[in-house]
Design a protein around this ligand. Structure first.
Ligand code: XMP
Length: 529
């Protein structure tokens, strides 16, 4: 379900221990901590991101083959700055400290860490004096990405300094005997060209990880896990047409077959052909038992006369739950509810480092938490791009795998300042279809976080042929973003915009004017309501 916040706790292991080699990334609050975990996975090793304060015993439960200490915003000398728990060094597995993580290791083990006169932020030149084990195979001079003020001036006794940069006398060190490694630069960002190689060396050569984690192994593991959880019970899943609920449903279907029933509620606020595509994929292609409810009349009736956006959201949300519960009530003995909760939801609902940005969950289109079901959440351990990879591996059509996010209340919140009537929804739906079509043809669909149209409740004057027109305005909204927390308006090519505008006016009678929204977030939000 879109945006449904699950009762997620960040400490429960996301995957059964020992199913595959894994590495724990301890989060000291750095802006790139999630990215480290993702890069490790891209190397084929499962990784979990845990708050730094969970304790060595909690880390040990995972049986990790290595531990990575992330960067963080604090100075190691600041009051209340997170400290290194010494027991982490006694787990018997290699430890790699990155940025703040390296400084913690240096400080704890007797090296010299000090605040430098000048900070080092952005691209920097790394000079490798000795490749050692960690920097093996990387060149003497290389570019790297730095983001720090404190710096290591001398490594702890028994450690070898491997590299330096202008502002970092010791930019990398290691003690192979003790299995402790540190790098001041950020291997996880693309601006460090040898970063992925350094991570791979750590994972493969230092930790001895078997790099077998992949979309395929996720499917095998999750299918087993779901079978163990559900036993011979039955489950229900609300399909929204989005990639998360689609992939969650397919995984569960692969595990328990027809004991899963999917419910697709068409609230009449979908985009053009969206309902048909979901039905075709699930019922006709994957043969998943599917209840498709055309509830558009009910929803439109509930929206009659409503212009306030929050009221629209509330009514749609409440109606959605009513329809879903009615359908669930028709099925016998359903004990499990499948949800597409992602790893980022798990982290964001309780990372507990005090620095992570907390996403505001939009619960409209979701289900309340007190429904009497046990939750099955097969995507709890996955990042969005991994969910797409699993979806592709399961054979989900490209259109569903790569679908841009779409709000639970659908087109209703894109009819701004006015009531969402069937006529207006039809105009907006047609405009949206033209926009998507042209954006896809231009090869830009995947580059954009979202691209959609807004229909404000105003009319403007125009002239077509020799007559005056008084028609609708369509707003084009297209943004790039990583996570919807911030967004930049997309610089769509002028020729493409012209083609879109001309098609909208020629093909949709009521449309008389097309405008482009050039507001980023902040100060705007992505949606207009
Ligand atoms: P805003 O407009 O707040 O949107 O910048 C951020 C992201 O959330 C989506 N969105 C919603 N999703 N129900 C949802 O499921 C909602 O009520 C809702 N409102 C906004 C929006 O499309 C964007 O991806």
């Amino acid at each position: 379900m879109p945006g449904l916040a699950a009762a997620a706790d960040p400490i429960t292991p996301a995957i059964p221990a020992a199913a595959t080699d894994q590495v724990v990334v301890l989060d000291y609050g750095g802006q790139y901590s999630q990215l480290i975990a993702r890069r490790v996975r891209e190397c084929g090793v499962f990784s979990e991101l845990l708050p730094h304060h969970v304790g060595a015993a909690e880390v040990a439960k995972r049986h990790p083959k290595g531990v990575i200490l992330s960067g963080g915003p604090a100075s190691v000398y600041a009051d209340g700055a997170p400290r290194l728990e010494r027991e982490l060094l006694d787990l018997g597995v290699p430890v790699l400290g990155i940025c703040y993580g390296m400084q913690l290791l240096a400080l704890e083990l007797g090296g010299r860490v000090e605040g430098a006169e000048v900070g080092e932020f952005g691209r920097s030149q790394l000079t490798v004096s000795e490749q050692g084990r960690l920097l093996a195979g990387t060149p003497h001079e290389q570019t790297c990405w730095m983001s720090h003020r404190d710096t290591v001036f001398s490594p702890p006794i028994g450690f070898t300094a491997l590299a330096s940069s202008t502002a970092s006398p010791v930019a990398a060190f290691e003690s192979v005997e003790r299995g402790i490694y540190g790098i001041q630069f950020h291997p996880e960002v693309v601006h460090t060209p040898y970063g992925q190689q350094v991570l791979t060396t750590f994972l493969s050569d230092v930790c001895g990880c078997d790099r077998s984690w992949s979309a395929r192994s996720v499917i095998e593991e999750q299918v087993e896990r779901i079978r163990a959880q559900v036993g011979d019970g039955t489950a229900i899943c609300g399909l929204s047409g989005g990639v998360d609920s689609s992939v969650a449903a397919l995984l569960v279907h692969r595990a328990i077959g027809d004991r899963l029933t999917c419910v697709f509620v068409d609230h009449g606020l979908m985009r053009k052909n969206e309902g048909e595509q979901v039905i075709a994929a699930f019922r006709d292609h994957f043969h998943v038992p599917l209840v498709a409810v055309d509830a558009s009349n009910r929803f439109l009736a509930r929206l009659r006369g409503v212009t306030d956006p929050e009221e629209k959201r509330k009514r749609i949300g409440a109606e959605f739950i009513r329809v879903f519960e009615e359908e669930a009530g028709r099925l016998e003995d359903v004990r499990f509810l499948v949800q597409g909760t992602l790893y980022s939801d798990v982290i964001e609902s309780g990372g507990g480092t005090g620095t992570a940005t907390i996403k505001s969950h939009h619960n409209v289109g979701g289900l309340p938490q007190d429904l009497e079901f046990d939750l099955v959440e097969p995507l709890r351990s996955l990042f969005k791009d991994e969910v797409r990879a699993v979806g592709a591996e399961l054979g989900l059509p490209e259109r569903l795998v790569w679908r841009q996010p779409f709000p639970g209340p659908g087109l209703a919140i894109r009819i701004v300042g006015g009531e969402a009537t069937r006529e207006r929804l039809d105009v907006l739906r047609e405009a949206d279809a033209i926009l998507q079509d042209e954006i896809r043809k231009a090869g830009l669909y995947r580059e954009l976080w979202q691209s959609f149209c807004v229909l404000p409740d105003i009319r403007t004057v125009g002239v077509q042929g020799d007559s005056r027109t008084y028609g609708n305005v369509i707003v084009i909204r297209a943004v790039t973003s990583d996570d919807a927390m911030t967004a930049d308006w997309a610089r769509l090519p002028y020729d493409l915009l012209e083609q879109i505008a001309s098609r909208m006016i020629n093909e949709i009678r009521p449309v008389g004017r097309v405008v482009l929204d050039i507001t980023s977030k902040p100060p705007g939000t992505i949606e207009w309501e």
